[in-house]
Write a protein that binds this ligand. Structure first.
Ligand SMILES: Cc1cc2nc3c(=O)[nH]c(=O)nc-3n(C[C@H](O)[C@H](O)[C@H](O)COP(=O)(O)O)c2cc1C
Length: 209
């Protein structure tokens, strides 16, 4: 027996992971950051091989992870979690800083950041697990971190196929390109407004299967 519902009992947070190689910046959402040890301070992330951010982390050997606050907007999660850095400038609309090693990170709507040097990696099939040694850590604001359950239950968020914990959704209707909201309908009214991010009909794409 392999009951997929059992996996939904595992708890996570929601994080932005960014990396830089020369002039190329990349970043994506992950829920799979975990602290492994305190001394040395180490964390792991599990990240899909097809994510552009994975390529940039592999090349640069660095990533910076930001813990999203509970107040983080769906527009931020939508930009980093449903678009590819290969063809989308993700950082320009948000307040950013550059860490001690030159990696940019979003410093708004975020509770803490961890700047990491990759010390090891493991092939996990579709994903790679990077073990990062934390070289700098900082509290950014005092609001509580967003849990993965809060993202789903309160923010009505969904998880795209490349995420480690993805479980298939019904393949019909329309998906908001900004925040991932799924409209379970064959038609879209002209005055449609996304209930999650407030964008209009022009931002919907048909789910093809
Ligand atoms: C809530 C949420 C959790 C996610 N968790 C992961 C994850 O743990 N690992 C992963 O590889 N992708 C995860 N993703 C998907 C990536 O963020 C997504 O594929 C992104 O578009 C990749 O961007 P990139 O190609 O610029 O790296 C998650 C997305 C969301 C919205």
């Amino acid at each position: 027996m392999l009951d997929l519902k059992a996996f939904q009992k595992i708890t996570y947070g929601v994080y932005l992971v960014s990396s830089r190689c020369g002039d190329i910046l990349s970043g994506c959402v992950v829920n799979t950051l975990t602290q492994v040890t305190t001394s040395p301070a180490q964390v792991t992330i599990a990240i899909n091989k097809q994510n552009y951010t994975t390529e940039i982390i592999r090349k640069s050997g660095r990533f910076t992870a930001v813990v999203l606050s509970q107040s983080a907007m769906m527009e931020l999660i939508g930009r980093f979690g449903f678009h590819c850095s290969r063809d989308t400038e993700k950082f320009e609309s948000f307040r950013t800083r550059v860490d001690e090693s030159g990696v940019p990170f979003v410093c708004e709507q975020a509770s803490a950041r961890f700047s990491c040097k990759v010390v090891s990696s493991m092939d996990a099939g579709t994903h790679i697990i990077f073990l990062g040694e934390v070289e700098a850590a900082e509290v950014l604001d005092s609001t509580g971190p967003m849990s993965y359950a809060y993202y789903h239950q309160i923010k009505n968020g969904i998880t795209p196929p490349r995420a480690s914990v993805y479980q298939p959704e019904p393949a019909k209707g329309y998906r908001c390109r900004i925040c991932g909201y799924v409209l379970d309908s064959d038609t879209v009214p002209d005055d449609f407004v996304c209930p999650i991010c407030g964008r209009g009909k022009e931002h919907l794409e048909k789910i093809t299967g």
